[in-house]
Design a protein around this ligand. Structure first.
Ligand SMILES: NC(=O)c1ccc[n+]([C@@H]2O[C@H](COP(=O)([O-])OP(=O)(O)OC[C@H]3O[C@@H](n4cnc5c(N)ncnc54)[C@H](OP(=O)(O)O)[C@@H]3O)[C@@H](O)[C@H]2O)c1
Length: 316
């Protein structure tokens, strides 16, 4: 254990980070071991990671000194931010900067930054196809991540920029599962038209990140997009219908209708789906399925994910 390379995992109790900790700790012959960062080492999720053999340490991404301490002696770090905890792109940028600064200070050899596109490179703020949000963004929870790429670059950190995809878990936890319409029929609602949305099982993100750490220098300085499948709303509805044994339709509303649904972040997600729809070729093109499977040979398709998770999907 002592000679294994330590990967410090931010968000280790969360969707992306826990997949990485589990991938590392379940590989008994690994050259790596995981250091799980959490704000609460006594939570059930943190204890589960300790039981897997991971070192569990306290750190808060809002506290630079705690990050420096948590990264000390590590070979690498997996860095992710938590937009939906605070809905602030500026805070997300500051947290990315703190992680990059700590990684620089501790001389880490490989950082994976879990990022997304800065959509303003496709739709400048002056473009009226979608509203500008919070004064400076088109898709706040994507743009600040993409903008923060420069922090890692400017510090000349040995970084792999990991472009993630829509988690299929959003059908379980994020209120995006099939809901009954006025006609009593179940449907998923996404303003995607007939365009494909790259999706992934959340745990596969961590498995891919592990694949990247294992490849080492080959992926430093590169941007790697990952997805389990690229599917249209109609294809997702069809797979849900098959898995759940009851009909699920696809409700393709216009983005402006989605933006006005009224839940927190509806405008941000409406713009995100519109971006994914209008630039589907670029967004899917950046997430190659063969490359993803090369990093993670057990990569799940939506159908495989559904066979394991269908009973967890709430049917509203
Ligand atoms: N949902 C999607 O489809 C999707 C797709 C692509 C990207 N994303 C992005 O994924 C990011 C979230 O990642 P995730 O889904 O892995 O998160 P998650 O499952 O919501 O977990 C977040 C974890 O982060 C930790 N955390 C929260 N605030 C922290 C802080 N201040 N300092 C240290 N740790 C903190 C929490 O752990 P403790 O309580 O143990 O500290 C929590 O377990 C978001 O930025 C989102 O935009 C989401």
């Amino acid at each position: 254990m002592a000679d294994k390379k330590i990967i410090a995992v931010v968000g280790a109790t969360g969707a992306q980070g826990s997949g990485l900790v589990r991938a590392i700790m379940s590989d008994v012959n690994s050259d790596f071991t995981a250091r799980a960062l959490t704000r609460n080492v006594n939570s059930d999720k943190a204890k589960e990671l300790a039981e897997l053999g991971a070192e569990v340490v306290t750190a808060d991404v809002d506290n630079l000194e705690s990050l420096k301490k948590a990264f000390q002696g590590a070979y690498g770090a997996f860095c992710v931010t938590f937009f939906w905890e605070h809905f602030s792109p500026e805070k997300e940028f500051a947290q990315a900067k703190a992680m990059a600064t700590a990684a620089k200070d501790d001389g880490l050899e490989h950082i994976i930054w879990s990022t997304l596109e800065d959509t303003r490179q496709w739709i400048p703020l002056s473009d009226s196809r979608m509203p500008t949000l919070m004064g400076h963004y088109k898709v706040p929870h994507l743009d600040a991540k993409g903008e923060a790429n420069q922090v890692f670059t400017e510090l000349a950190l040995p970084t792999t920029f990991l472009l993630t995809s829509f988690y299929w878990e959003n059908f379980i936890y994020f209120g995006m599962g099939p809901k009954k319409g006025p006609d009593g029929k179940l449907a998923i609602t996404m303003p995607m038209g007939d365009k494909k949305l790259p999706g992934i099982a959340a745990e596969d993100i961590g498995k891919c990140a592990y694949g990247i750490f294992k490849k080492g220098r080959e992926f430093i300085g590169k941007t790697i997009g990952i997805a389990g499948e690229h599917l249209t709303g109609a294809q997702m509805a069809e797979a849900l219908t098959k898995a759940l044994g009851q009909e699920v339709g696809y409700n393709d509303v216009p983005p402006e209708v989605y933006r006005s649904l009224g839940f927190p972040g509806a405008d941000d997600l409406g713009n995100m789906f519109q971006f994914n729809r209008d630039f589907a070729q670029d967004f899917c093109g950046a997430r190659n399925l063969d490359v993803t499977r090369g990093l993670n040979p057990s990569l799940q398709t939506f159908e495989q994910w559904l066979s394991q998770n269908k009973s967890r999907i709430p049917l509203g």
